[in-house]
Design a protein around this ligand. Structure first.
Ligand code: SF4
Length: 534
């Protein structure tokens, strides 16, 4: 077999049990355990391995898009590792037998920077000397969007310690040019490549266009990369059946037309483009022919606009695709008839980002929805037999203990089967950043304070909600509700999953109560102890 041009690495989650907190894990057998690991332990007969039970060890769309793009532009010897943690032996074997020119690591599914750093450290320790490590993806681009070509951003690059960073919303063309330079040996072509930062010690010569030339890294200009959003969709033949299982991610639009004030996604993802339905249906038929049986529709606003959504459902039903799927769901854009069609078209579960159960907070967030809209949507879904998973977070500016308890009340709606919570994450680049003065909002990321709450108080309330919630609490550590659908696709019924998650929650609640104040000190965000507790 030929040496590899490129080895892709997807999720990086540190599921070795060494890190975690009682907000998302339990302690068992001296290790931190995520819910899917607990469920795997109870039902080993359904899985080929622990990795098989993990929702991140499946094809993720951003890597599929990269592979598809590179293959459309030429020959490509590639391999994909969907989940770093579970396939280190396989990576070592690849290093021995098919050393890649480049290892491309996505930061999009590296949930905590600490995990990304330890992954790159491991790769740097074990990779062949000539192989270069490149990092791209959403986390990196978000970081650059916040700090620009600065010493602060360079510090992040130095900490992660990769050879290259592809800094772009898309990055496909930059990666193609980087790989082409390595294939031809023309490494001088890399020196002024836009959207690239590279290790100074690679000694590529004097840069002429760099926007930042630091001690460790050169950062070239970041420009808008031409991208043909929606002109074609991923040809999954280019990925190949050996990398596809029976469950994949797909999307029918890019970005998001909403402007929730806490969210940076629309700004990072660029223009909202709804793909043509002929392309979407052709792709779904292709996936079916490749043996795919279950889909994660990852569109953030799948059922918006409603008319297009209904047309898609009609066509899926007419094609008799027999694909089961899960998607996000905006309750304010639904009717009983459309929700019934969702069920007929294969929908088994939806994620409702309720965020809050208080109308004032929802209005402040610019969610363009009310509690009454949620309740009406829940009714349609419940009557259609579609499982509801709701997500929320605590601590948006204006939040008080009382408004958080309104959220708990909504979450305890018996029609909600699963819920998943977190604490407000303050990104000053989100629209709320422009209102910081009005809200007395200071801090950054997981550490913040505003006129009505601090991040520490929000963490305490989140633990209180985890303790009091009546429905089944699912964990961020576990890919939240995504894991439920994944485990369902492996043969566990929704009812059995509710039982197993409830068992997990009971252990978790006992451990939170047993830990007392220590539980808060273990409330780790981004892999670190909270500063005020450290
Ligand atoms: S929270 Fe969801 S719906 Fe709102 S802007 Fe972000 S991606 Fe769009």
């Amino acid at each position: 077999m030929k040496d590899l041009d490129i080895l892709f690495i997807g999720a990086v989650m540190n599921y070795d049990g060494s890190t975690g907190s009682l907000a998302n894990y339990i302690r068992k057998k001296g290790k931190w355990m995520a819910p899917f690991q607990y469920i795997y332990d109870q039902h080993r007969e359904l899985f080929t391995s622990e990795a098989d039970a993990c929702v991140y060890d499946i094809p993720n769309l951003s890597i599929c898009e990269l592979v598809d793009y590179l293959k459309r532009h030429g020959e490509l010897e590639f391999h994909i590792i969907w989940h770093f943690d579970y396939h280190k032996e396989e990576i070592l074997e690849i290093f021995r037998t098919r050393p890649p020119k480049i290892i491309a690591v996505s930061s999009t599914l590296a949930f905590f920077p600490e995990y990304l750093k330890s992954c790159i450290h491991w790769l740097n320790t074990h990779k062949p000397a000539e192989t270069r490590v490149a990092v791209g993806g959403k986390w990196l681009y978000a970081n650059f969007s916040q700090f620009g070509p600065s010493n602060k951003f360079e510090k992040t690059l130095t900490e992660v310690d990769a050879d290259y960073y592809v800094i772009n919303r898309y990055g496909q063309e930059t990666l193609r040019l980087l790989l082409a330079a390595h294939k031809t040996g023309d490494t001088a072509a890399i020196r002024d490549l836009p959207n690239l930062a590279y290790r100074r010690s690679l000694d590529l010569g004097q840069p002429t266009t760099a926007t930042h030339a630091g001690a460790d890294y050169i950062i070239n200009p970041v420009i808008t990369e031409a991208h043909e959003q929606g002109k074609y969709l991923v040809d999954f033949h280019n990925i190949g059946e050996r990398f596809l299982g029976d469950i994949v991610h797909v999307r029918t639009a890019s970005s998001c037309p909403f402007h929730c004030r806490f969210c940076t996604f629309p700004a990072l993802a660029g223009e909202y483009v709804a793909f043509g339905l002929d392309l979407v249906i052709a792709q779904l038929k292709q996936l079916k022919s490749l043996g795919v049986k279950k889909l994660f529709f990852i569109d953030d606003t799948f059922n918006v606009p409603l008319k297009r959504f209904e047309e898609l459902l009609d066509r899926m039903i007419a094609e008799n695709l027999e694909l089961e799927w899960v998607s996000f769901f905006r309750a304010q854009y639904s009717t009983a008839e459309v929700v019934k069609k969702m069920r007929d078209a294969g929908c088994r579960m939806v994620f409702c980002g309720i965020e809050s159960g208080n109308d004032e907070i929802l209005k402040a967030m610019n969610k363009r929805v009310t509690v009454a809209d949620f309740e009406r949507g829940f009714d349609f879904l419940h009557r259609a037999g579609i499982t509801i998973a709701a997500s929320y977070f605590i601590g948006y500016p204006g939040e008080t203990h009382q408004t958080a308890m309104d959220t708990l009340r909504l979450l305890n709606d018996p029609r909600i089967a699963f819920s998943r919570g977190s604490v407000f994450y303050y990104d000053p680049n989100a629209p709320v950043g422009a209102m910081a003065e009005e809200y007395g909002l200071s801090g950054n990321g997981a550490e913040w304070r505003h006129n009505t709450m601090s991040s520490r108080e929000a963490a305490q309330i989140h633990l209180e909600i985890v303790d009091k919630i009546q429905n089944v609490n699912v964990q961020i550590s576990d890919g939240a509700g995504w894991s439920v659908f994944h485990l369902y696709s492996k043969g566990l019924s929704i009812e059995r999953l509710q039982t197993l998650y409830t068992e997990f929650n009971t252990i978790q609640k006992e451990q939170i109560q047993g830990a007392g104040r220590t539980a808060l000190s273990q409330y780790r965000v981004f892999g670190k102890k909270r500063k005020e507790e450290a």
